[in-house]
Structure formats: structure tokens, C-alpha cells
Design a protein around this ligand. Structure first.
Ligand code: ZN
Length: 329
């Protein structure tokens, strides 16, 4: 699997260029930024990691999570993002370009995984809630995998929400925090590639827990700093960009985050497929330490594929899946 299959290089480059412009606009309001403890374990102590586009990332002294220590509030981010060129480009160009090519390889796989979670957690899902549903592609795959089950989606974007409605889903056009109290709790909640963006992942997970029935199961995906590509590329990683991707937690950080939010039976896997390709694409051979150059340039395709499988199997990929239970009543 190649990085370009997921994110065409030219579209990604244009999007990241727009993000840098927005990052500069947000940075002009640095006086309003707030200093936060580790978003994973909550520890205050940290070490500077690197500065990227003027933003200071730190490493937690306790759990080694990588995070933006001084960060814009949700309100500042919303004000800048409202009408920002990067947000429009993402919705109009980036998302439509990549979403359908991810349907089978990403969303169908995750829907089948949701189905399997019933057995793993000893639950029978009757109602599902997908948060940040976009145009409803995952909800469609859930419906395909579990046709008899009620599916609700939360999607704040008006156009995406309208698309979800057209597809016949119970659609709540709001943020999860704004979900009306009379919406029935779900047996299963999913939310993909959102935790890394949030001012407070803990507050979000606490709201997620309240949207679930006792014993309900969550399935989230995000970025993990224990991943091979994050460790190899560090500040040069294309997927670490402020102020969007500001929580890149360690496995230990994720575990403590979910515990703090009241979840139990927390399971972490890293089934990522792109780490090796990302390192090859974004770290020129001349800049690679000798051992890395030896591994990545000297290896044939079979070696590289097996190396990626090894990373995923040993939880050293940067793409993390987290499942957990809200706990029985
Ligand atoms: Zn920590």
C-alpha cells in the first residue's frame, strides 16, 4: 500500500500549503493561547520536542505523548477556520478526491471490524452512532455490514449532513457536545481521525461516553507517536501540522486518556500500512541515519512489506485503533 493511494501527492501538497497560511493566521492570536497539561495522561511536566511553523510541540515527561503545549482554544480555531481556504479546499477537493478510493480498503474494513467487536465485547449492537460522519460513507458500510441495526450520525457540516439525510440516516447536524439529551444512547460509537485535532480529547471522550449505553463500545482511530514514521521523521512528518494535528499520543497516553474518561477494557492496535512508504517519501536518503538507509534503500519490496507488517503487528505503526467499553451499569 502506498501513501499516494490514500493522499494524492499534488492534492496533499496544496492542502498543506493552505494549512500553513491558516496556521500563520491562528498564530497571530498567540496571546490568547492556553497552556495545557498532557492531553493523554494529564501530567504537567514536559520537554520541548520541536517547533513547527511557529508552534511548540512538547513531549510528556510521564507518557511520552507528543502534543502542542500552548494551543488555541476551540473558539479561536473555529473563528479562523470559518471561511478558511484550507477548510474549503478540504471539503471541496481533498475529501471528495480521497473518500471513494477509501471506501473498501478503509471504511468497509472498519465496518466489518465493528461487527466483530460485538463478539469481542460480548454485546449485541442495536443502535450505532458515527461521529464526524462526513458524507456518510462509513455509515453506508455499517448499514451494509449490519442491515438490521439503527444508525445515527453526527455531522456539523451542512452539506455533508444533507448528504447523510439523503442517504436515509438519522442525522444530527451539530457537534457531539451539542447532541440533544433526548437522542437515545447508542450501543456503539465511532469517530475516526478526530482526536488528534481536539483542544481537549478528554472532554470529547467524556461526552462520547454519555452518548453510549452502559456496556457500549467505542472505536476510534488517530495518530500515535510510537509509530515508526513519526519517530523517524519527527518534525518533518507531513501529518504533524499545527494547529490541526496537535495531539499525537503514545500508546500509554491513549490508555490513560481512555481510563480518565471512564472507559474500561481498552484495546490498542496499530494496523497501519503506510509508515515505511511515508518515511521513504519524506526523508531523503541523504538525511537518513545509516541503519535506516540500509534497511529502506537496500530492501526489496518483499522485505519492505514484511517490515511494515512487523511494525503493525508489534504496535509500532503511527495509525492507531482504539476500542473500549463504557463499562457495565
Ligand atoms: Zn502524558
Amino acid at each position: 500500500v502506498k501513501e499516494a493511494d490514500f493522499r494524492p501527492a499534488d492534492i496533499l501538497a496544496r492542502y498543506l500549503a493552505l494549512c500553513r497560511e491558516d496556521a500563520a493566521a491562528v498564530l497571530r492570536r498567540e496571546a490568547e493561547f492556553v497552556t495545557v497539561p498532557c492531553p493523554g495522561c494529564g501530567a504537567e511536566a514536559s520537554e520541548p520536542a520541536f517547533t513547527k511553523n511557529g508552534y511548540h510541540y512538547h513531549t510528556c515527561a510521564a507518557c511520552q505523548s507528543l502534543y502542542l503545549r500552548q494551543r488555541p482554544t476551540t473558539e479561536v480555531l473555529a473563528e479562523v477556520n470559518n471561511g478558511a481556504a484550507s477548510a474549503a479546499y478540504w471539503a471541496d477537493c481533498f475529501y471528495p478526491n480521497v473518500i471513494e478510493r477509501r471506501r473498501e480498503s478503509v471504511y468497509r474494513t472498519r465496518a466489518l471490524y465493528a461487527q466483530q467487536l460485538q463478539q469481542q465485547y460480548g454485546q449485541t449492537f442495536r443502535r450505532l452512532l458515527d461521529v464526524g460522519a462526513g458524507c456518510g460513507i462509513y455509515a453506508e458500510e455499517l448499514r451494509r455490514a449490519m442491515p438490521a441495526v439503527d444508525i445515527a450520525v453526527v455531522e456539523p457540516g451542512p452539506r455533508f449532513a444533507a448528504t447523510c439525510r439523503e442517504k436515509g440516516f438519522e442525522t444530527h447536524m451539530c457537534l457531539l457536545e451539542e447532541l440533544p439529551a433526548d437522542v437515545p444512547p447508542a450501543c456503539y460509537g465511532s469517530c475516526f481521525e478526530v482526536l488528534e485535532h481536539l483542544y481537549s480529547p478528554l472532554a470529547f471522550l467524556q461526552v462520547m461516553a454519555r452518548a453510549l449505553r452502559p456496556g457500549g463500545v467505542v472505536f476510534l482511530t488517530s495518530l500515535c507517536c510510537d509509530g515508526f514514521d513519526v519517530q523517524a521523521l519527527w518534525e518533518r512528518h507531513p501529518n504533524i501540522y499545527p494547529p490541526q494535528h496537535i495531539n499525537i499520543l503514545s500508546l500509554a497516553g491513549y490508555r490513560q486518556l481512555f481510563e480518565r474518561a471512564g472507559f474500561t477494557d481498552i484495546r490498542l492496535t496499530t494496523p497501519g500500512k503506510l509508515d515505511v512508504d511515508i518515511v521513504r517519501n519524506h526523508l531523503p536518503a541523504a538525511d537518513q541515519p545509516r541503519v535506516l538507509r540500509h534497511l529502506l534503500q537496500g530492501g526489496d519490496e518483499t522485505f519492505l512489506r514484511d517490515f511494515q507488517l512487523f511494525l503493525a503487528e508489534h504496535r509500532r505503526s503511527s495509525h492507531v485503533w482504539i476500542t473500549a467499553s463504557r463499562g457495565a451499569a
